[in-house]
Design a protein around this ligand. Structure first.
Ligand code: AFP
Length: 325
């Protein structure tokens, strides 16, 4: 379990994990670089609209997946790429780039995969947005690995607090950016309760859902009068990091299933730099993360921007979803 040393900064935390042999110097340097980039992204987001053009403005370009790129998407990606370049990692994969950025063909072959700015549709609405990252060693050809191979994963949330949720494979630790620009470990041991009465899904898509999802959500909506015999509550932020962080704080189930819309046959979220890192954090905190049938971390990626249906959170509730017909 993560030693919950209240007040320890991220540098001391990483040094401890390095000394315990959990992570290499390069992984330490990559996470430190990501923290430096995250501070700059947080500052930009906090000043959006004063001194900078709207960071939510469309750039006119699209990423590989056809998402319209916003100014902060591109700025965040460039800040992260620049921060990682000198750290000794071999390659950088990004939602905002078609292909891998190869820094060097090192022996360690460490890869950082990232969604530099998650929740872009919320940039101009003062809602929580974030950065998600995954760190793993690439074996064999290419730069892709199953999620189970991750050595570290985490996300930054830029909201009322600037937070980092991190795992290096031995539990999850939460950090908060303090007034001195230090990420300080929070006095909290992230653990996801097995049961919950709260679900997160974009109900506007209900007419496109598969029967399994419709049946499951209908059960939750019928509440005490229905088969579950109790009422449920719903939340939907439109930012994966915001919904995920809430689930780490009080449990819940998040669902972005596949649906019948063109391009959503495998859902909306991408395996390599969204589902895999969140899934590792969720499992490390006692939760479950699947594509509706199998564990996210066991899925073999076939491309940098491969999408997967993504259901995660309180274990008993994810199992309840799995049992739906
Ligand atoms: P954007 O980064 O394009 O806003 O997408 C955010 C996201 O990938 C994820 O953070 C949200 O959970 C999900 O999409 C919201 O999707 P909908 O807009 O379809 O509800």
């Amino acid at each position: 379990m993560t030693g919950n040393k209240k007040g320890q900064n991220i540098e001391a935390y990483l040094l401890e994990k390095y000394a315990q042999g959990q992570i290499s110097q390069t992984v330490c340097d990559a996470i430190t670089a990501l923290c430096d980039a995250a501070k700059k992204i947080a500052e930009l987001a906090a000043q959006n609209g004063i001194g900078t053009a709207s960071l939510g403005a469309l750039t006119g370009a699209e990423n590989t997946d056809g998402d319209e790129q916003k100014a902060l998407d591109v700025m965040a990606d460039e800040l992260i790429c620049a921060a990682l370049a000198p750290t000794g990692i071999a390659a950088y994969l990004s939602e905002e780039r078609d292909d891998a950025v190869v820094f060097a063909h090192t022996k360690e072959r460490l890869v950082v995969a990232s969604d530099p700015l998650d929740g872009s549709s919320n940039i101009d609405t003062n809602l929580t947005i974030g950065t998600i990252f995954s760190i793993y060693k690439a074996e064999g050809e290419g730069w892709l690995m199953q999620g189970r191979a991750q050595q570290a994963a985490g996300f930054f949330a830029y909201g009322p607090q600037t937070l980092l949720l991190l795992t290096t494979g031995q539990g999850v630790a939460g950090f908060c950016l303090d007034a001195n620009g230090q990420f300080i470990q929070m006095d909290w041991q992230p653990h996801i309760p097995a049961t919950t009465s709260e679900f997160a899904i974009n109900a506007a898509n209900s007419r496109y859902w598969p029967a399994k999802t419709k049946n499951y959500i209908t059960q939750l909506l019928t509440g005490k009068e229905g088969p579950r015999g109790r009422n449920f509550n719903m939340r939907w932020n439109g930012s994966l990091v915001a919904d995920a962080f809430r689930i780490f704080r009080r449990g819940g189930i998040f669902l972005y299933p596949q649906d019948s819309r063109k391009g959503y046959e495998d859902g909306r979220l991408r395996l390599v730099y969204e589902a895999n890192p969140i899934a590792l954090l969720i499992e490390q905190a006692g939760g479950r993360a699947s594509d509706g049938t199998k564990a996210i971390l066991d899925i073999v990626p076939t491309g940098y921007h491969m999408r997967v249906p993504f259901i995660f959170g309180s274990a008993d509730e994810v199992d309840s979803y799995h049992s739906q017909q």
